[in-house]
Design a protein. Sequence first.
Length: 364
Amino acid sequence: MSTKGRAAIYVEPNQPLVVDEVEFADPGPDQVLVKIFSSGVCHSQLHTMQRPARKGQSLPALLGHESTGIVVAKGREVRHVQEGDHVITTWVDRDSARTNQPMVLHALNDRGQYYANWQGKAVMHSAATWAEYAVAQQRVVLPMPKELATDVTAIIGCAVMTGAGAIINTLQVRSGQSVAVFGAGGIGLCALAAAAIVDAYPVIAVDISGAKLEFARRFGATHLVDAKQVDPVQAIKEITGDGADFAIDAIGLPLTQEQILRSVRPGFSGLNKGGTALLIGITPPGAKAVLDTSLFIGNRCFARTSGGDCKPERDFPIFLRWFRDGKLKLNDLITNRYRLEQINQAVDDLEHGRILGRGIVTFD
């Protein structure tokens, strides 16, 4: 028995999403049907919508990859959640033993039915959350306490995981170490917040928007650097002495990639390790950064992370506890709320910098 619900459908690149009714099949043996409470509006979806269709990519498709919801049906092999449970969906495998397995874009279940059908066409998706329902592989569905808010916690599945995960997992920042974050958007703010929670100092926010920089103070930024007004690399060195222990690029531009490497402190071979520059932003298609390799002589490190190296079963309870205890201010971080029929406005707001923190789509 199928389930019908509205969804934002990606029909072709560089065109508005179509909001229409989609038919969702019953979940397969290892899948969960989730009724969505709330979904994050992630910048990575802009890259998907704006780039030419890749070879082998099938359209139409559904988008979105971070949400909260309630389990309404599950396959016979699903044991860790039950019908009626509140859950978080994400795009990283909850089981650390399988984190290297890629997500699969399904079309058919084990009974030969389309997981999602729109106007007689198979709609490709993988736990897509810009919809009233999602058919998700069990490995990207995690239980959450029912007493916690189900709107703002939707962004734990990507923004928090990526930004905060970079701090506690990839970089393993410790008390008193200095952190600079380039880009005070949703993910950058999560990185700043996590840095403050683990007692890093100084915690430096870098952006070209004065409004975003002032907003970053709410999440623990101790120093603000307006890259429109000053050279951010020099400013960071003046704040820290000889460079930050860690510099994060939450934007992904070639310029910011070069700047984070120049912003971290040097080390000396055999004596001490230099600082680490970490890229977490998505580089625009075709863009290439040129790094000064002489900087690596000072034992500096340049790294890349995806999803904050998170293991959701281990890390999501930490993030939820931070939120419950008032350390992770998700209610402040969510600055824009939309209904599904406003999804194209949400996308436009994100593209043109009108979302100060993070946006979410909420459902009844």
